[in-house]
Ligand binder design. Sequence first.
Ligand SMILES: Nc1nc2c(ncn2[C@@H]2O[C@H](COP(=O)(O)OP(=O)(O)O)[C@@H](O)[C@H]2O)c(=O)[nH]1
Ligand SMILES: [Mg+2]
Length: 213
Amino acid sequence: MPLLTTARFHTTVAALHQLPRDGLVEVAFVGRSNAGKSSAINILCNRKRLAFSSRTPGRTQALNYFTVGPEERPLGYLVDTPGYGYASAPLEMKKTWDQLAGQYLQKRPQLAGVVLLADIRRGLTDLDRRLIGWVPAGVRLSVTLTKSDKLSREQARKTQREVAAELARTRPGLGDHVMLFSALNRSGSDELTELVENWIETGLPGSPQPPAT
Ligand SMILES: Nc1nc2c(ncn2[C@@H]2O[C@H](COP(=O)(O)OP(=O)(O)O)[C@@H](O)[C@H]2O)c(=O)[nH]1
Ligand SMILES: [Mg+2]
């Protein structure tokens, strides 16, 4: 069975001390509120409402964990993070984001990779750039431009090239990892699935491979 289709809800983490302690690798999905994080997780896992597609952006201020892998031998977690950049979010909420998701991204040893999702119509924003700066050098990072169905193929490719060029200047190799994605028509979903599965299967960069069973 394809790895991500085994995904099931594990837990909601509202404070750092609640993070799982089992050491399984994690792949985090990050991005502005409304960028399409939950929709993308649902598509990758081939489930309609696994990650709740919230109609109230900025409301879900917690990390949501989904387990992947066989029931008896879980391989890792997908982590849906709270969106940032919700314009009318009270300051308290913004602080919570920095303390929880911000700290999580910067300090989590189990973090194997980060998928940053950005609405293709907006491109990268300063909040996205700030977040990219937080991802430690050893953690893999990929940028996915969501809602590609909203632009013509030509316009989408143009934005992809522009974002890639900017990222290539920011972080070595990152320009090669800009993908186009649509939860509406599923374009790009095979590519993103493959990437995330690969990150989970290969584990933490630099760590030994799990023994073959
Ligand atoms: N047209 C289109 N709409 C999308 C796509 N992905 C998400 N949306 C819509 O954008 C809104 C926010 O999506 P959601 O997944 O909840 O974003 P999140 O806040 O980042 O988790 C919802 O109304 C989705 O239906 C996409 O690929 N294409
Ligand atoms: Mg969401």
